[in-house]
Write a protein that binds this ligand. Structure first.
Ligand SMILES: [Cu+2]
Length: 345
């Protein structure tokens, strides 16, 4: 665990929550801010303990790389600090096996659509919870605020997600998603190896037309993404990465990929020469594979999660984890659909 506490951050601040240390910083994209509830500026995605957290819904605005402003709805931590703690994606929630989650959705001042798509929920995506805690309106979940209470066992160690399940085609797109990590120390899964650093990366895409359309608009019949994100940032080049992780040479980095995007995607790690580097795939959808696989490329479909681990070289340098977002119809990479991050070691 020692190395986990040695993450170095060039910009921004460490996010330390309940013994889990996770540090990254944003160098590219983002910006903007403003909108009701404030927030919206790029920064590290905050981490909260799912045993006791209250989330509120706020609108934030982001100025994208082409200068266009896009409105998002995000879950913001709404406990002591009220409504100021907003990020895109929504905060990371963490839970240990055997603990009880108590995630409260407070609907005060939440932006929302009119009936029948009014309200919001929190759906723990990929976790098997009682129907009453699952946040799905079609199976009876209330949409005007609730406390979601559930437990998980050690089979669930790995990455999952949560999102709003009201009019999902719009509300997911609006930004109402975040990583839900089941953690047990620094072990990748119940029987797997340990890692030295951890990095949660939420994949998402943005069709700005969805952000202004409401109800049963025909806009929702077609999806034309214009912005492609990793942890809320566009990361359009190696020199303007979506995020940077600084780690010690020769160490193991767990990368948790949470696919909240709406197209195809492929994850790869390239070195300074552009060559693909292999990594080990341990979990799919938050469950351990029968045996780990060494791969140099990983396809991530909408709604999927993948937990992988990469061992860094012993010399210093930089590697570039990247995601290429691809059109479901022809598998072509979208314009600006290649999103870069960087690991410095
Ligand atoms: Cu919603």
């Amino acid at each position: 665990m020692k190395l986990i506490n040695q993450l170095i951050i060039a910009v921004g601040f460490a996010v330390t929550a309940f013994g889990a240390t996770q540090a990254m910083h944003n160098t590219g994209g983002g910006g903007g801010g403003g909108g009701m509830g404030g927030g919206g500026a790029a920064g590290p995605i905050p981490v909260f303990d799912a045993q006791n957290v209250t989330l509120m819904v706020r609108q934030i605005n982001r100025t994208m790389s082409d200068g266009r402003s896009v409105n998002f709805w995000v879950f913001c931590e709404g406990g002591m600090s009220g409504m100021g703690n907003c990020s895109l994606p929504s905060p990371v929630l963490e839970l240990q096996p055997g603990q009880t989650a108590n995630v409260t959705l407070n609907m005060m001042m939440a932006p929302q659509e009119s009936a029948p798509y009014n309200g919001h929920t929190i759906h723990p995506h990929g976790l098997d919870v009682p129907t009453s805690e699952d946040g799905v309106p079609e199976t009876g979940a209330g949409v005007n605020g609730d406390t979601y209470t559930f437990r998980v066992d050690s089979r669930y160690i790995g990455s999952h997600a949560y999102h709003c399940h009201v009019h999902t085609v719009k509300h997911l797109e609006m930004g109402m998603y975040g990583a839900f990590i089941v953690k047990s120390g620094n072990r990748i899964n119940a029987n797997g190896p340990t890692y030295d650093y951890e990095w949660n990366i939420v994949l998402s895409t943005v069709d700005p037309a969805y952000h202004t359309a409401t109800g049963d608009s025909t806009v929702f019949a077609d999806y034309n993404p214009r912005y492609f994100l990793m942890n809320g940032n566009e990361g359009l080049s190696r020199s303007a990465p979506a995020e940077v992780l600084t780690a010690a040479p020769g160490t193991k980095v767990a990368i948790r990929l949470i696919g909240m995007h709406s197209v195809n995607s492929i994850f790869e790690i390239r070195d300074a020469n552009g060559s693909r580097r292999s990594f080990v795939h341990y979990n799919i959808d938050g469950f351990a594979l029968p045996s780990p696989r060494t791969v140099s490329s990983l396809e991530l479909s909408p709604g999927q999660t993948m937990d992988v681990m990469v061992t860094l070289p012993t010399g210093s340098g930089s590697w570039y984890p990247e995601v290429s977002y691809r059109d479901l119809r022809n598998n072509n990479v979208y314009n600006n659909g290649r999103v870069y991050t960087r690991i410095d070691f």
